[in-house]
Design a binder for this molecule. Sequence first.
Ligand SMILES: N[C@@H](CCC(=O)N[C@@H](CS)C(=O)NCC(=O)O)C(=O)O
Length: 200
Amino acid sequence: MQLIAAPASPFVRKVRMMLLETGQMDDVEIVNVTTSPIAPSPEVSTANPLSKIPALIRSDGPAIYDSRVITRYLDTRAQAGLYPQARIWEVLTLEATGDAIMDAAVLMTYEARLRPDDKQDRGWVDAQWGKISGALDALNARWISHLSGPLDMGQVSIACALGYLDLRHDAYGWRKGRDALDDWFAVFSERPAFQATIPA
Ligand SMILES: N[C@@H](CCC(=O)N[C@@H](CS)C(=O)NCC(=O)O)C(=O)O
């Protein structure tokens, strides 16, 4: 299989962590591309009509895309149990929350990098941060107990989202007033699979 990827993508990081945590990394060749909404890479567009990474090219079926679909596929393939049935709705909600933080944070990055200075919309960027901030508050106050216990894809998604905030939006200081989430992330970050996927 081939994973169409880019080192800094938090969505790709979810998949790479899943591959490492479940012993499937040797089954996948990582194909790094440079892509963006205004200059999509041909490799990405061929594998995913939406021109987004990650996409997983399989030998026994069509390419699949969207990180949540790929991680679910890999979990089933390895019978890994990162989507435990007993906690499935909490795990899926946490994964969706991590993915939504990433969506908003990636859009903020694109706004700053791809739009000309005189066309950048401060109010729109602030609104994206508002979504992230609300999600972080909810994780810190209401969801923190669901982040403990055996590894699951909810935890992986939240950690990849926080790692991306550190990478691209450190200036917002997401840790301030969110001690429980900060403490959880400090411990989770020590996982070898998280360390091994830090963007170069
Ligand atoms: N929902 C998708 C989001 C993937 C995504 O937004 N990837 C970004 C890179 S971090 C991308 O490929 N953006 C290109 C674009 O939006 O055209 C997933 O979970 O895989």
